[in-house]
Design a protein around this ligand. Structure first.
Ligand code: ADP
Ligand code: MG
Length: 351
């Protein structure tokens, strides 16, 4: 599907994605990458410039929002201030002309699900931000929609509350078993919640996969750097081991080709996660077959459960970041060491 507002680049640029029934799918990406536009196209709040949208095999591209039977939850709770909690949550059922006694039963069921029992008679203004968002969530799922679309629903909440509500949303997803499409720019939130993540960049989907696939097997430099810390070692275009920055190193890289990229890369980089980059005091203790480069410890950071070393690598201004075991307490700034990693823990991407 495509959405073109007539700007230099389409807001959503010919993306294609299948979301499985019952799946927790997250749209992750920087601000302006097209996540909200895509969600609005699915919801029917915005019209397509090209392409199609199907729900359970039926084309819904030209249906108005209320005929798509989707629940929506936004960052600002958008509750009706003059209605009680019960009236807010029951609203979609009254719209659907459900019988009064059924509405009362269903509303109390859903308020239990979001852990707000006994708040039926309160007005939104009497509730905290987190509680208001629970009410909005209850209202979005009370009519058992085909899918629930959530656009940065936790964006307005403080960090602790976000964590709690993330767990709640995950639990509610498990309990109701319906499809959730969740938008966030927070990679940690995406990793915690999702069955799969679609990573957006400039109106396109960069990569789709489980959190682990995106973290362990990034296919592009963008994916590797957007999700989690990574060391990016530029290989240049001269072939392995010949880049100017790499003095005094030994390594193997199987090929200059990458999944999803036809042919041989003209310019590549190696991506290594900090937890896969190790430090040896003595080059002799580097395991056989490991890729290694001489390094100087530039700085040490205390990270709570571990320490991180910032490294200068290879003698030409390349930087790296490694985790140090608590047992390696004797390393200090200025030490000459060898940084090494196992080739199977590296990814080669186009640079
Ligand atoms: P995200 O949700 O990932 O932050 P959006 O989908 O809101 O991104 O926006 C994607 C791009 O489309 C941005 O460049 C934004 O400025 C543009 N855009 C969004 N809505 C409109 C609109 N109604 N009119 C014109 N441009 C828009
Ligand atoms: Mg947005």
């Amino acid at each position: 599907m495509t959405k073109d507002y007539g700007l230099a680049v389409p807001a959503v640029d010919d993306i294609s994605l299948t979301i499985e029934p019952g799946e927790f799918m997250t749209f992750l990406g920087p601000s302006g990458s097209g996540k909200t536009t895509t969600l609005n196209l699915i919801a029917g709040f915005d019209t397509l410039s090209g392409g199609t949208i199907a729900l359970n095999g039926t084309d819904v591209g030209s249906l108005p929002p209320h005929k798509r039977n989707l629940g929506m939850l936004f960052q600002n709770y958008a509750l009706f201030p003059h209605m009680t909690v019960a009236q807010n949550v029951g609203y979609p059922l009254r719209e659907r002309k459900m019988a009064k006694t059924d509405i009362a039963r269903r509303v109390s069921e859903v308020l239990n699900l979001v852990q707000l029992p006994g708040r039926d008679g309160n007005y939104p203004a009497q509730l905290s931000g987190g509680q208001q968002q629970r009410v909005a969530l209850a209202r979005a799922i009370v009519f058992q929609p085909e899918a629930l679309l959530l656009d940065e629903p936790l964006g307005a909440l403080d960090r602790n509350l976000r964590g709690t509500l993330q767990e709640e949303i995950r639990r509610i997803h498990r309990e109701v078993g319906s499809t959730f499409v969740f938008v966030t720019h927070d990679q940690e939130e995406a990793m915690n919640l999702s069955d799969r993540i679609a990573l957006f960049n400039n109106g396109r989907i960069e990569q789709v996969g489980t959190p682990e696939q995106l973290y362990r097997e990034p296919e592009t430099l963008f994916t590797a750097t957007f999700l989690g810390d990574s060391n990016v070692f530029d290989l240049g275009d001269k072939g392995f081991g010949t880049h100017a920055g790499w003095e005094d190193c030994r390594w193997t890289v199987d090929s200059y080709t990458v999944a999803g990229h036809p042919g041989v890369l003209s310019h590549a980089a190696i991506v290594v996660r900090p937890e896969d980059l190790f430090i040896a005091r003595d080059p002799v203790s580097v395991p056989p077959g490991a890729n290694a480069v001489s390094a100087t410890i530039q700085d040490l950071e205390y990270m709570g459960s571990y320490r991180a070393a910032l490294l200068h690598l290879g003698g030409n201004g390349l930087r790296g970041r490694a985790r140090i075991d608590a047992s390696e307490s004797t390393l200090t700034v200025g030490d000459q060491v060898t940084a090494w990693w196992r080739p199977e823990r590296q990814r080669v991407v186009a640079a």
